[in-house]
Write a protein that binds this ligand. Sequence first.
Ligand code: NCD
Length: 299
Amino acid sequence: MYKFKGRDILSIKDFSKEEILYILRLASKFEKKVNPNLLKGKIVATLFYEPSTRTHQSFSSAAQRLGAGVIGFDNINVTSIKKGESFEDTLRIMANLSDVIVIRHPKPGSADLAAKTVSIPVINAGDGPNNHPSQTLLDLFTMQKIFKRLDNLKIAMVGDMKHYRTFHGQILGLGKFSNNKIYGICPKGLEMPDEFKNENYQDLVINMKNLDEILATLKPDVVSVGRIPREYIKGNSKKYSFRITIETVKKLPKHTIIMHPLPRIDELDTEVDEYPNAIYFQQAKNGLYIREVLLALVL
Ligand code: NCD
């Protein structure tokens, strides 16, 4: 059997293909059946040093649906961090009060540092542009539900390959499976850093005005869209803008699904929401079951 109890969840890299499939199988079970007493008496601490809606609230909802209590913060200005308390001391205190820590922080490596500092399990809910493993698992869960496989898929990721952790996770996660082809469609300057590339991946640096034609030619199974993350880009991020519209989608094969981790800003037109294969709201909901499973497994 797999060993998850007490384990840190820092990167999708740390999981084998079999472990990933096991998590997805459990997520399907949790989706069908609520387990309201599974984590009774446990406390989940959510430490959000960076804004979040879905990830924070779905970890909190997941914990409470399983019977756990939730403590934490989403605004460091109301904590002693504001007085100058160190990262490590904050972590030590929160670990005294809880059974698992879920942390989001703008600095890459911060979840690893948290895991080294405390003895309870740490779940990385996003460390800057680096990793966001629960997002990767919910993305894989979503693809698996639709295609009944995680092999032989063609994925076109569209946006900022350089800074967007969702894309980094998708490459690493799909890299565990066979024969997936991933294209990172991006404007010049936002190419994929070498550390995330593997043999499944190829950058397609384009003038984003030609996006519709490029996608229509690629005929991907998945179009995975992401916003341009202004907070990580020095200078004017507007020059990188693009927009997926209903016209873009109409030129794609019938089976192509549109994914987005959300939030969207202006890169994905709301008209696309009506399209039957626009599955981003479903995708976000899948995050609840994945996060229930992760909390249950590490506890
Ligand atoms: C993403 C994130 O924070 O990485 N959001 C999320 O967790 N669903 C994507 C983003 O910030 O744009």
